[in-house]
Design a protein around this ligand. Structure first.
Ligand SMILES: [Zn+2]
Length: 451
C-alpha cells in the first residue's frame, strides 16, 4: 500500500483498508477476513464486472475458505443504472441474508451496494473494476429517484480493493471518465482557496495535501492512460482513491468538488446524457467539461484588476432575498431542481452590508490571492489538450450539450449548491454576466470554438 494511502486511512472515518496494486484480487479474501472476521460474503456484480473480476473474487474467497453465498448478478445489458428501484431490488435480496456485500464494479454498482448496505445498517466492501470516478472510498451515493439524480447519504466501504491489472483492462472510456473526475480537483482546489481567503470555509492543510499532493503526477500522462498503461492507471487510481479518503477525513466533498462539479451536478440532476448509447454520459465526462469551463472563467477573472472593483455598484446590484428567489425561478423550472436551488442559494445569501465587507476583503486580498490562484490553476486550453489526450470531453459537442444550455450553465449552476466557489465570487462582485459574455463573444474562449 502506498505511504500516502496509509496516511489518508488514519484520518478516514469509515474505511480501514485500501489496497491498490497489480494482482490485488489475490488479497481479497485476506482483506475481507480482516475487515469482517467470521462473516459470510456475498459478491454483487453485473454480467460485465463478474467477467472482469467478480468470478475471480468468488474463487479467491472460496479457495481461502471464506463462507460465501451465491453471487447476485445484475444483467450486463442494458448498462446498469444507479436508480432507486435497483436499491429496493437489492435490499429485497440482501435483507433476509446474514452476509456482508462485496460490490464488484464501477460507479453505479458501487453506489447501489453502498446505499443498500447503508439502509440495512450493514458495512460493505468494494472491489473496483475501473478507475472511473472517486466514489469508491467516499461516503454518499448518487442515485436517481423518479428520474432525478441526487446524492443520498450512506457510509463509505470498510475496505476497498483496486487491482491495477483489472483497472488497466477496463474500457478506455471508463479510465477517461476517471481522468475527468480527477482533473476537476484543480479548479476545486482554487475554489477552496477563495473560500479560505474570504473566511467562508477554511482550508484543512492535511486534507488538502491528500488530494493536491499527488494530483499533478496522477494527471501527468493522459496519453499513457488512453493506451491503458498500467503505471499511469495506478497513478490515476491512487489519485481517485485519495480523493474519496480526503472527503471522509473532511466529512464533506469540499476537498474534491467545486464549481466544475456544480456544472456536472446540474446536468446530472436534469438527466442530461442518460439516453446516450451504448454508454450513458458518465459523471467524469461532465466534470471534464465543467473543469475547462471554470478554468476559462478563472482566466478572465485573474486578468481583471479586482483592486479597482466598484464595491458600491456591486452592492447596489445585489438582489434582495425575494428578488433572488424570482431570479432562481426564472432559471429553474424542473420540479425537483427548483426547490433544491432555492434552498441552496438562500443558504449562502448574504445581506448587502455583509457583501460590502466581503468585497472590501476581496480588494485587499486580491494582489496575493490572484497569485495563489494562478499557481493552483491550469489554463483552459491546456486542460482541453490534456483531456483530449486522455480521450475525455473538452467541448460541449463532446457531451451533446446544446450551445445555449451550455452557456446558461454558468449562471444556473451557481444556484444549485450552497458551496462557495468562484461563481459566487464573480456573482457577488457583479462580474459574472460580463465574464460569461466575454467567454462567448466572437473572439472569446468559447466564442472561437462555437460549432
Ligand atoms: Zn466527482
Amino acid at each position: 500500500m502506498s505511504e500516502l494511502i496509509e496516511r489518508a486511512l488514519q484520518s478516514a472515518h469509515e474505511t480501514k483498508q485500501v489496497i491498490s496494486a497489480a494482482g490485488a484480487l489475490d488479497e481479497v479474501a485476506s482483506v475481507f477476513s480482516e475487515a469482517f472476521p467470521g462473516a459470510t460474503a456475498i459478491v454483487i456484480g453485473d454480467e460485465r464486472t463478474m467477467a472482469a473480476a467478480g468470478d475471480k473474487v468468488a474463487a479467491v474467497l472460496a479457495a481461502a475458505g471464506v463462507s460465501t453465498l451465491d453471487p447476485y448478478v445484475f444483467p450486463g445489458e442494458p448498462e446498469l443504472y444507479a436508480k432507486y428501484e435497483n436499491v429496493e431490488l437489492l435490499r429485497g435480496v440482501l435483507e433476509p441474508l446474514s452476509a456482508v456485500a462485496i460490490a464488484v464494479g464501477g460507479g453505479s454498482l458501487n453506489d447501489l451496494v453502498k446505499r443498500t448496505s447503508g439502509e440495512l445498517g450493514r458495512p460493505y466492501m468494494v472491489v473496483a473494476t475501473a478507475a472511473s470516478m472517486d466514489g469508491y472510498t467516499a461516503f454518499g451515493a448518487s442515485i436517481a429517484k423518479d428520474g432525478y439524480k441526487n446524492t443520498l447519504n450512506c457510509p463509505a466501504p470498510v475496505a476497498a480493493v483496486a487491482d491495477i491489472d483489472v483497472l488497466a483492462a477496463a474500457p478506455s472510456v471508463m479510465t477517461a471518465s476517471g481522468y475527468g473526475d480527477l482533473i476537476g480537483k484543480v479548479p476545486a482546489g482554487a475554489d477552496w482557496l477563495i473560500a479560505d481567503a474570504l473566511g467562508v470555509e477554511a482550508v484543512d492543510k492535511g486534507v488538502w495535501d491528500l488530494v493536491q499532493g499527488p494530483l499533478r503526477t496522477s494527471l501527468s500522462r493522459p496519453d499513457a492512460l488512453a493506451a491503458g498503461d498500467a503505471d499511469a492507471v495506478a497513478g490515476l487510481a491512487e489519485g481517485l482513491l485519495m480523493s474519496g479518503l480526503a472527503m471522509q477525513a473532511h466529512q464533506s466533498s469540499r476537498p474534491a468538488s467545486g464549481a466544475e462539479h456544480q456544472f456536472s451536478h446540474l446536468w446530472e440532476m436534469e438527466g442530461h446524457g442518460t439516453d446516450i448509447k451504448p454508454r450513458r454520459l458518465s459523471h467524469g465526462f461532465k466534470v471534464a467539461l465543467g473543469t475547462v469551463s471554470i478554468a476559462a472563467l478563472y482566466e478572465i477573472l485573474l486578468a481583471t484588476d479586482l483592486t479597482r472593483l466598484d464595491i458600491d455598484a456591486a452592492v447596489r446590484a445585489w438582489p434582495t432575498r425575494s428578488r433572488l428567489e424570482e431570479k432562481i425561478r426564472r432559471y429553474h423550472s424542473h420540479p425537483q431542481v427548483l426547490p433544491a436551488a432555492i434552498e441552496q442559494t438562500m443558504a449562502k445569501y448574504i445581506e448587502p452590508a455583509d457583501l460590502a465587507v466581503r468585497l472590501h476583503q476581496v480588494v485587499e486580498l486580491w494582489p496575493t490571492l490572484k497569485v495563489t490562484l494562478a499557481d493552483q490553476l491550469i489554463g483552459a486550453a491546456e486542460l482541453q489538450k490534456m483531456l483530449r489526450a486522455a480521450g475525455a470531453p473538452a467541448h460541449p459537442d463532446d457531451i451533446r450539450l446544446g450551445w445555449g444550455a451550455f452557456k446558461d450553465t454558468y449562471v444556473r449552476s451557481q444556484m444549485i449548491r450552497k458551496r462557495y466557489t468562484v461563481l459566487d465570487l464573480a456573482l457577488e462582485a457583479n462580474l459574472l454576466d460580463g465574464i460569461v459574455e466575454e467567454l462567448f463573444a466572437a473572439d472569446g474562449f468559447w466564442g472561437t470554438q462555437q460549432p
